[in-house]
Write a protein that binds this ligand. Structure first.
Ligand SMILES: Cc1cc2nc3c(=O)[nH]c(=O)nc-3n(C[C@H](O)[C@H](O)[C@H](O)COP(=O)(O)OP(=O)(O)OC[C@H]3O[C@@H](n4cnc5c(N)ncnc54)[C@H](O)[C@@H]3O)c2cc1C
Length: 461
């Protein structure tokens, strides 16, 4: 990269075994896993807390990834859940689903786990670009209040979600669907001051069964037979909502937040769909806040129990579902999912469906279709190989998380948080190993041996 080299920057004297760009869903877990392997590891994070989309975009709950009654993600995901549960920031519902969590609690838990494992984090720091020599990254140029600085390591993990480092290092990537359009973004928010007892009773009596005020989930999407559709129609004719507000509306209760709901909406305007475009990202905040005004007003006026509710929080980060997907040594496809492909170098098992929040209208959900492929069996799953996080063209970089090497359809299925945890855990172990034994060369870490090591740490691989 010429750009950072032509600007003045200082070179930090410390050297690291593993540097991680982005301390989000995959990156924070990668940092814990690498530190637990004994590596000197530093996580570089743009925000002031770990967890990324799961915390700073307020994306709750963890999506279920179960096959044959077994949770397919174990390892550090289990440890996270146990810690959240012990603090009252996590919960099991009556159906045994243990994926409910409080995003603010998760920030604390991830930070403690990283520090206890011996890892470090540098917040409020943007990774600007890698310095690359002979298909190897030598340093990352970062920007923070100390201005531009270069920082060196043996192995690197790009967990920015957007493959910022990989793309700048020249790794080939794909982005969007066949027309270059990405999945819709959302700006999540919470509504506080809700009388959950009354709301729960109202929803249960009006066609959306709720387990209890502690475990609520309600939704409305046009033409999907939601019992809330008549209320949405009424609110549109009253001038409270706009048609687009019913494209996707969904809310969940949150453990440890007694009178609050977390909303998986509003969906951002269709033309603003590229989360790696700073102009789209910025406009998404403005567009999202306008929609949130309408949605809060709707809740107050039409949903019993919400009369005195108020905005709890705007998620600090826009929720971005898909941007760049690297081209790795293996690219996972829809066929791999439908045929339940297994791999010798598997690092993760998945049964979460293809779930595309399309900006072209409608949602494409594989699990809603009839199907005869092996994937549709109740105990089915496919695997994600280590090679899907190994980018082409660079020897000492791994790319776990939503920008792993996958087709548009396959990405929509593997992107959920627990899979990002599993990919992050594998990346952390592999990067630590590569730094210790192979000068950072991640291809010399044998996939089958890595899988064995992950099993020793309790992963379900
Ligand atoms: C609206 C929405 C709803 C969803 N719903 C669910 C759900 O209900 N359940 C579920 O399990 N999954 C859900 N998902 C999917 C899942 O949350 C994400 O795919 C996953 O969290 C992505 O993890 P990641 O590690 O790849 O990226 P992220 O978690 O986004 O982490 C990226 C991190 O890198 C940092 N970063 C980025 N660029 C830089 C840089 N240049 N320098 C330094 N730091 C940087 C960011 O600040 C962030 O912390 C949803 C996603 C969205 C957007």
């Amino acid at each position: 990269m010429n750009f950072p080299l032509s600007l003045p920057y200082t070179h930090l004297p410390q050297r690291w075994d593993v540097l991680i760009a982005g301390g989000g869903t995959a990156g924070a877990i990668a940092g814990i896993a690498a530190a637990r392997e004994g590596a000197k590891v530093l996580v570089l994070e743009a925000q002031g807390s770990l967890g990324g989309t799961g915390t700073n975009a307020w994306v709750t709950p963890l999506m279920k990834n179960v096959s044959g009654g077994v949770n397919l993600n174990r390892g550090l995901t289990d440890q996270l859940k146990a810690r959240l549960l012990s603090r009252g920031d996590g919960a099991h519902d009556g159906g045994g689903n243990d994926n409910w969590f409080n995003p603010e609690g998760l920030k604390y838990v991830l930070e403690r786990m990283l520090i206890e494992a011996g890892g470090e984090v540098l917040y409020h720091t943007n990774v600007v670009a890698p310095i690359v020599k002979d298909e190897r990254i030598t340093s990352l140029v970062i920007h923070n209040k100390g201005s531009l600085q270069a920082i060196s390591a043996d192995a690197f993990i790009d967990a920015t979600g957007d493959a910022d480092v990989a793309a700048a290092a020249g790794v080939p990537f794909h982005a969007g669907d066949e027309d270059g359009l990405h999945q819709a973004m959302s700006l999540r928010f919470s509504l506080a001051g809700v009388d959950l007892e009354r709301l729960c009773a109202f929803l249960t009596q009006n066609g959306q069964w709720q387990e209890s005020p502690r475990f609520m989930h309600f939704w409305m999407v046009w033409n999907k037979k939601s019992s809330l559709e008549p209320l949405f129609r009424q609110a549109i004719s009253d001038g409270v909502l706009e048609e687009r507000d019913g494209d996707y509306f969904q809310a969940f209760s949150v453990p440890g937040r007694a009178s609050e709901l977390s909303f998986n909406c509003p969906r951002i305007r269709a033309d603003l769909n590229d989360g790696a475009n700073p102009w789209h990202l910025s406009a998404a905040q403005t567009d999202g806040r306008e929609s949130i005004e309408r949605l809060i007003n709707f809740c107050r006026l039409y949903l019993p129990g919400c009369e005195d509710a108020y905005l709890g929080t705007y998620a600090p980060m826009v929720g971005v579902r898909e941007t760049r997907r690297i081209v790795g040594d293996y690219t996972l496809t829809l066929t791999d999912i439908l045929e339940c492909r297994k791999f010798e170098d598997s690092i993760c098992k998945n049964h979460y469906p293809v779930d595309i929040h399309s900006v072209k209208g409608g949602a494409k959900l594989l699990h809603e279709r009839e199907g005869t492929a092996p994937y549709f069996a109740a105990d089915a799953y496919h695997e994600i190989p280590y090679r899907a996080i190994v980018p082409q063209g660079i020897s000492n970089l791994l790319v776990p998380g939503r920008s792993a090497s996958s087709s548009f359809e396959a990405q929509s299925s593997i992107r959920v948080q627990q899979n990002c945890h599993s990919m992050g855990e594998a990346a952390g172990v592999a990067a630590a190993w590569a730094a210790r034994e192979y000068g950072g060369d991640v291809r010399r870490v044998g996939g089958a041996a890595l899988r064995e090591r992950l099993r020793e740490w309790g992963a379900n691989v």
